[in-house]
Structures are given as C-alpha cells and as structure tokens.
Design a protein around this ligand. Sequence first.
Ligand SMILES: Cc1cc2nc3c(=O)[nH]c(=O)nc-3n(C[C@H](O)[C@H](O)[C@H](O)COP(=O)(O)OP(=O)(O)OC[C@H]3O[C@@H](n4cnc5c(N)ncnc54)[C@H](O)[C@@H]3O)c2cc1C
Length: 332
Amino acid sequence: MGNQKSIWVFGDYRNYFQNRVTLQLISKACDLARRIDAEVCAVVIGHVVDEYIMEYTAHGADRILAVDHEILKNYSADTYLAVMENLVRERKPEIILIGATDFGREFAPRLAKRLKTGLSADCVGLDITDEGLLLQIAPSFGGNMLAEIVTPERRPQMATVRPGTFKEIPHNYERGALVERLPLITNLPGQRVRLVEYEKSAERQHTMENSSVIVCGGRGMGNRNNFKKLHELAKLLGGDVGATRPAVYAGWADHSALVGQAGRHIKPKILFSFGISGAIQHTAGVGEAKFIVAVNKNPQAAMMKMADVAIVADAGDVLNTFIKELKKRIRE
Ligand SMILES: Cc1cc2nc3c(=O)[nH]c(=O)nc-3n(C[C@H](O)[C@H](O)[C@H](O)COP(=O)(O)OP(=O)(O)OC[C@H]3O[C@@H](n4cnc5c(N)ncnc54)[C@H](O)[C@@H]3O)c2cc1C
C-alpha cells in the first residue's frame, strides 16, 4: 500500500443477504476516498470467503485483504480481533468503517481500545472536513442532538454506521480489485470460548431496517401471550415485529427486535405502535417512519402525539379485532 491512504471497511457478511451494511459502507467509503485521495479496502476474515470478495469488488472496493482459514470459520471475538489488530498495525489505514450491527457493536469498540484510538458509535452520517478529517455524525443526548465528531490525532479514525444510512452502489461484476490473500498470524490467542452449536434465529429481525411494515409492541401489551399476537399481525401484513426495552427485558421479544437509541433505527412506510409511551430513547429509532398508527389507553402519551392516527383503546382489543378483520378479508 506504500504511502497511499486507505479507508477500510470491515466485511460483516454473516447476515449478508439480508443485511447490506458492508456494501453501503463500501459505497460511502468510495465517496470519502475520492476526497482524500485514498483507496477503499474491504477486509474479509473467515473461511471460504470468495463469494464476499467478489461482491465487495463488484460494489466498489479497490483492494481486498482476505484472511481465509478454517480456524476463522466461526466468529470469535478473540481471534478476529487479533487478526484485525495485526493487520491494522501493519498497514496503518487512515479510516476504518464497521456496520453498527450486533457484531459491529461488539467488535469495533474492542478494536478501538486495542488500537488506543477513538470510535464514534452508531453514526448516521460521515463527511470529510476541510482539514481532511473524517467527520463522524452521531446522535447524542438520547437522540435529541447530532454530534459532529472528529479524531484529530489518533489513527485510525473509526466509526460504526447504522445499516440503511447509506445507499450501496449498484454492483458491477466487470470491476476488478487487488485481492491480497494473507496468511493467518502465528501468535493467535488461545480460544476462551468454545462454540457448541450455531442456530440461526427463525425470526426475520435482521431485515427490520428494510421493512416497509413494522408492528411494534411495548409494556402496554401486558404479557407474553398478548405480545405474540403482534407476530400474527405482522405475518398477515408481511412485516416485522419491533419492541421497546421493557418488552425485551420482560423476555417477550428478542434483543434484536429492540427499536430505539440502543437498538434499531427503522424507516417503515407504516408503523403500528401498540402500548408504547413514546420515550425519547424509543422514538429516536422511529423518526423516519412515514406513517404511524398508535394504540394506547393514554391519549396524552408522547407516541400518540407523534402518530398520524392515534387510537385510544386497549392494545389487546384492537389487535384482536384487527387480526380478525384481516383474516376475514383474506378469506373473502
Ligand atoms: C440509556 C437508555 C437507553 C434506552 N434505549 C432504549 C431503546 O433503544 N428503546 C426503547 O424502547 N427504550 C429504551 N430505553 C428505555 C426508555 O427510556 C423507556 O423506558 C421505554 O422506551 C418505555 O417502553 P414502553 O413504552 O414499552 O413502556 P412504558 O413507558 O411503561 O409505556 C407503556 C405504555 O403502554 C400504555 N398502556 C398500558 N396498558 C395498555 C393497554 N392495555 N393498552 C394500550 N396501552 C396501554 C401506557 O399508557 C403507556 O403509555 C432506554 C433508556 C435509557 C436510560
């Protein structure tokens, strides 16, 4: 790489076909790279990764750094971090971008800590300052404000970015990239965690950012059985189910369904909100919904004020009626 500046995008391909965040980041990296005269490099760690190398090349990467080894077949924080840290220390990229997926949210802060550099988490925008620094735009104070952050001294400049923030460049399979296949480092740390089993969640939560219909439930659903009805409604509407923190903490929904500041940022065409008060930490994740229907016993709830249609009623009752009506119409 010589003295050429490099913007790295970490290849998070585990939910690849559903979650396009790596491709979105490569696309943004291309835009940033033009402005600081850098190359875009995708880093692919794993086993049997040629498919991803091809995709990242087709979507705009100039260079691919691939570490392909059987030991890396399943993600382990210790091994992946050791491989990545080693690469960064050797190659010294200017910028590293990582998707703010469950994986990225675990991986990126640990990497930043090891490299003793800053990290802006969950960015919703990236730019280049007049000084050529990465401008990292991230929500702060419960999503009430957008902070503009730069890392003037430490390198690399690191950010995680929410899926759906940027658009991917359409693929072009004619494109070429310089693919460097690198050997596994010899000083890998011992494995502290042994993978016993791997099971993919049956739920479709990973597609939530792209869903046009989302049915979201909160504490007002009252119990697990009522909450389950949200899945029935979502299925009828071809949508996904989201949840507030109390619903997740109560065990009614998986953490991957959490919507809000600490969870997913959704932008459905229509959002149904059942038994949700509308705390700022939740609404921080629903601001881009095009149309909101809220059901709440309390007409003063913030979610009701934010909604396009506010139904003052018991959430369970409305759900039952809605499901019954939809089924009737489907039968007709
Ligand atoms: C640092 C931090 C980060 C956070 N991040 C998130 C986040 O990412 N996402 C998130 O959701 N929360 C987050 N929270 C929690 C957040 O502050 C709220 O506590 C949470 O969003 C409230 O969830 P809720 O609306 O389900 O519950 P509540 O606030 O308890 O509201 C329940 C609502 O249900 C209504 N209700 C009750 N019974 C019925 C009924 N039978 N029918 C209809 N309506 C009924 C009530 O009127 C009420 O409005 C965070 C908090 C902190 C401190």
